[in-house]
Design a protein around this ligand. Structure first.
Ligand SMILES: C[S@@+](CC[C@H](N)C(=O)[O-])C[C@H]1O[C@@H](n2cnc3c(N)ncnc32)[C@H](O)[C@@H]1O
Length: 304
């Protein structure tokens, strides 16, 4: 991540959740607080700049011209929203299962502008929540929380980390995380931006820190996302966009191979969902164009 570009992807995914909450029905995931993290000027800026990606993704002269609102809706439904909404929905559904089984710790890796601790005080009350993120993104989030006038709950702990050069186990243990209590861990929208070695060593280090019964959810790109003649056109556009934003996508996995690697790290795979599975689960019977995003898979694994 280029530091002075300040976690742009975290802002864009938060804006996409805010847009969906305000604009669309039925909701895939209702992040009704996300909009409060943006001031009016930023909201206008993101509407325009995200909407302008329509022309970037549809450069051919025959592409219909769209007004600003329709262009923004196109980008949300075809790119941004489809990526972020179902992973957040899946993760918080599994988190609720874990809370009902008595889990008391929630670790949000690469938390970005995640609003869970403020949006779900009913669930948060029974948890210690650890938000781990790059220090630049985290500082930016804290400023936005202050500007929004939100009170930081006692159970929320901000923990800065750079996954590329810090060991997650050491950082977690220094943050007050209890390695004897099962935890639920989410890692959404992050593995794409790390090297394969960093993703696997982070999972191994996590496995060595969390007790049996803890669960981890993360999304990942498949290998075809990096194979020119197999990659979907929208993913190709997305890769160019995030590359220009200073956060290039770096890593994809073979889904079966990843299951073996998780087994070696002492995780048991509970669910390994491909885009077709996600389409069936979250995008059926909609009247708009939100669909599971090509190449993005969701993994739920439990520490043995
Ligand atoms: C696309 S955002 C996703 C944020 C949030 N999880 C979501 O779903 O909206 C990527 C996140 O990964 C974090 N990130 C990227 N590289 C990182 C690194 N090397 N160390 C720590 N965090 C990193 C960014 O700070 C950012 O919060």
């Amino acid at each position: 991540m280029v530091e002075n570009q300040m976690g742009v992807t975290a802002l864009v995914t938060a804006f996409s959740r805010a847009y969906h909450s305000i604009t669309d029905e039925p909701k895939i995931f209702d992040d009704f607080l996300a909009i409060q993290l943006f001031n009016k000027m930023e909201e206008d800026f993101f509407r325009k700049s995200i909407g302008s990606l329509y022309s970037f993704c549809n450069p051919e002269p025959a592409a219909p011209e769209l007004d600003t609102d329709s262009a923004l809706a196109w980008v949300m439904q075809n790119l941004n929203g489809s990526i972020t909404l179902c992973r957040s929905r899946f993760s918080e559904e599994r988190l609720l299962d874990s809370i009902q089984q008595g889990i008391g710790q929630y670790v949000i890796l690469g938390a970005g502008m995640d609003t869970f601790a403020f949006r779900r005080p009913d669930w948060a009350a029974s948890l210690q929540i650890f938000e781990l993120d790059h220090p630049v993104t985290q500082a930016m989030k804290r400023q936005r929380i202050e500007a929004a006038g939100w009170k930081i709950p006692e159970e929320l702990h901000f923990v800065p980390i750079d996954f590329s050069n810090q060991d997650i186990s050491t950082v977690l243990l220094q943050s007050g995380f209890d390695p004897h209590q099962p935890a639920f861990i989410s890692w959404l929208g992050v593995t794409f931006y790390l090297t394969r070695e960093v993703v696997l060593s982070t999972l191994c280090s996590l496995a060595a820190t969390i007790p049996a019964g803890s669960q981890v959810v993360f999304d990942y790109l498949n290998n075809e996302a990096f194979t020119p003649d197999k990659m979907d056109q929208r993913l190709q556009s997305m890769q160019s966009i995030v590359q220009q934003a200073g956060e290039p996508m770096k890593t994809g996995f073979d889904p079966r191979q990843l299951e073996m690697e998780l087994a070696q790290a002492d995780f048991q795979v509970k669910e390994n969902l491909a885009p077709d599975d996600l389409e069936l689960r979250y995008f059926q019977q909609r009247n708009d164009n939100y669909h599971a995003f090509p190449h993005i898979h969701l993994m739920l694994a439990e520490k043995k």
